[in-house]
Design a protein around this ligand. Sequence first.
Ligand SMILES: [Zn+2]
Length: 176
Amino acid sequence: MMQLPDHITLFFLFILGASFGSFINVVIYRVPKKMSLIKPGSHCESCKTPIKPYDNIPILSYFILGGKCRNCAAPFSIRYALIEALTAFMTLWLYFIYGINKEFFMYIILTYLAIVITFVDSDHSIIPKNYLLIWIAVMAIGITLGWFLIGSENGVSGGMILTGFLLVIGLNRIFR
Ligand SMILES: [Zn+2]
């Protein structure tokens, strides 16, 4: 692994985490509404004005703009900045636990997915089964390749307990 001074690694990971947080916001907002992730670009929900790249800096832009659209002054929810900060800090936390290795990347994917699932659930009271299937696939690949430090038995039972539980709730809704 490359040897960078730790504070540079932390800074870089924080920026990277916050940027992924920005993308996670888009996923949380758009995927349940079956909107494209790419088009249109970020815009004010109120006046539809596209948000300029310099007004789209994760975490910071909310505070620079005083929580308002630069064009029409409609308020922006602070939740976007909070999710960006949460994602950035979770990224640092995983780095402190694992360093940069395969486990780090596996847990990053699961953690980001968990953030998406949490907020989609809180907004719409749904946990899309596709997210659970991605979760199961990531667990299965990680366990098979030995990329988790946990033994395969614990990994499989842990994965089954979480996703199985959620799937049962989901199936329950379908057959209700
Ligand atoms: Zn606006």
